[in-house]
Design a protein around this ligand. Structure first.
Ligand SMILES: Cc1cc2nc3c(=O)[nH]c(=O)nc-3n(C[C@H](O)[C@H](O)[C@H](O)COP(=O)(O)O)c2cc1C
Length: 301
């Protein structure tokens, strides 16, 4: 099926104009439009045509508020008229395989975990795009996986399913300034990966993150807490002496830069290692343990 070029280009330009929406108008999403979005999601590409994906539709304000709490306290989730929870779902296929006498081990295979997660994101991205086309804003929430155990209980999830991502949906109340992106020249290469000049690369990222900085609090206690957290992050990469110098420079400046915030504060290396372990434990509770990697081609039967 194809549409005329003018309409297609308009649609593509509209896609290019997307941005995450976190502030929603108090206006319901018509069921007809939601159905279109869900049809787009379930038609997404999927490795091996397996479709290990389930979408849970949440419209209840109280339960959405609870989802917001569970997704590392992001209250705007509770204000979205619809939330779509995307599960990596090996349950349905394992039931089917058992009934039809096929072997099944997708739920503990690293390879299937990765392709399954790719499938989930293809479906979620299709939903995001369809929503945007219909004038409905959305925001992906990756932290659903941080509360897999609680979410599994809340939705009575069967074994071999796990929440991977949430998509909040709602009509935009107001749109914030667009977040700057890395110039396309640094994201798209043709033929081969060029050797990038580090100064040019830094300039490109500096431009992307220009003006975004996190000031140190003035009150001594939170200020000290921020320094401690940054120190812990910096020490994963720098010597103690280098770490102290970086902290001194930042204190003198009065703020940490966006890349420092990203890796030493917000997406903190130590915390992220710990969270990863916790998520794997919760997956194991769901009878999913996607760590089996064989190198000698033999499987212990
Ligand atoms: C996998 C994934 C997880 C995300 N998780 C969150 C989240 O938990 N909270 C949030 O506010 N935004 C989240 N986002 C949205 C990003 O912050 C956003 O896409 C990014 O800042 C770029 O902004 P833009 O979407 O407006 O272009 C997530 C996006 C992706 C793709």
């Amino acid at each position: 099926m194809s549409i005329d070029r003018k309409t297609a280009l308009e649609a593509v330009h509209h896609m290019q104009d997307r941005q995450s929406v976190r502030n929603f108008a108090d206006k319901p999403i018509p069921q007809e439009d939601l159905d279109e979005i869900l049809r787009a999601a379930t038609a997404a590409a999927t490795a091996g045509n397996l479709q290990p994906v389930t979408i849970i539709v949440e419209k209840d304000p109280e339960r959405s508020r609870r989802l917001g709490e569970l997704c590392t306290n992001q209250p705007f989730i509770g204000k979205a008229p619809v939330n779509l929870l995307f599960l990596l779902d090996w349950h349905k296929l394992s039931v089917y395989a058992a009934a039809r006498k096929a072997p099944f081990n997708c739920h503990d295979s690293w390879m299937h975990f990765v392709t399954g997660l790719e499938d989930v994101m293809c479906a979620a991205q299709s939903a995001e795009t369809a929503a945007h086309m219909l004038g409905i804003g959305s925001c992906f929430i990756g932290t659903a996986m941080h509360s897999g155990a609680e979410i599994a209980e809340m939705y009575d999830l069967p074994p071999r399913t796990y929440p991977m991502v949430l998509l909040t949906l709602g009509y935009p109340k107001d749109l914030p300034a667009k977040r700057r992106k890395l110039e396309q020249d640094y994201m798209v290469f043709e033929g081969k990966y060029p050797r990038l000049d580090p100064d040019d690369l830094c300039r490109a990222y500096d431009t992307k993150y220009e003006g975004i900085q996190l000031p140190f609090p003035t009150r001594p206690e939170p200020r000290q807490a921020m320094v401690e957290k940054i120190r812990r992050g910096l020490l994963t990469t720098y010597s103690p002496e280098e770490t102290e110098q970086i902290i001194r420079d930042a204190l003198e400046r009065g703020y940490i830069t966006e890349v420092q915030r990203r890796f030493a504060y917000h997406y903190h290396a130590v915390d992220n290692y710990n969270k990863g372990g916790h998520i794997l434990e919760m997956m194991q509770e769901q009878d999913m343990f996607p760590t089996r990697i064989l190198r000698d081609g033999k499987i212990d039967l």
